[in-house]
Design a protein. Structure first.
Length: 138
């Protein structure tokens, strides 16, 4: 059975879907990707769907499920390369992909992940933007 390749780029996993996703292939991608997130400690996932001309409700739900699984595993998912016809189809199917961020291309998707990572670093206690702890009197 074929597999969709999952490439590691630092702490980001890149999935470039170049074939029509049949149900079994989509399910295998879901499993492979979740295993790779855990194995690599990836903090981001980019799914490039530039080559997809059409999607059905199953593929739309699969993208949403992958994003949800990634979030639980502490990785953010960004779908890139969505064609207008695909976006229209997803909305018409009632699958607006809530919770999934999108970008026009891989470069912009990587930039979004970097910006989100910097933002979360600033929000963490003791992060770069956190105020210094007040000294305590002894």
């Amino acid at each position: 059975m074929d597999r969709v390749p999952v490439l590691a780029l630092g702490d980001v996993l890149l999935v470039s879907i170049q074939v029509d996703l049949e149900d079994q292939l989509a399910l295998r991608l879901q499993d492979d990707l979740s295993e790779r997130i855990v194995a690599t400690g990836a903090r981001g996932v980019i799914i490039d769907i530039t080559a997809l001309d059409i999607v059905d409700s199953f593929v739309g739900r699969m993208l949403a499920t992958i994003a949800a699984i990634s979030r639980v595993l502490d990785a953010e998912t960004i779908v890139v390369g969505m064609r207008p016809a695909v976006a229209i189809t997803l909305v018409e199917l009632g699958l607006p992909l809530r919770g999934i961020r999108t970008a026009l291309n891989v470069e912009l998707g990587l930039a979004m992940l970097r910006a989100a990572r910097q933002e979360s670093t600033l929000e963490e206690p003791g992060g770069e933007g956190a105020p210094a702890a007040e000294p305590t009197a002894s």
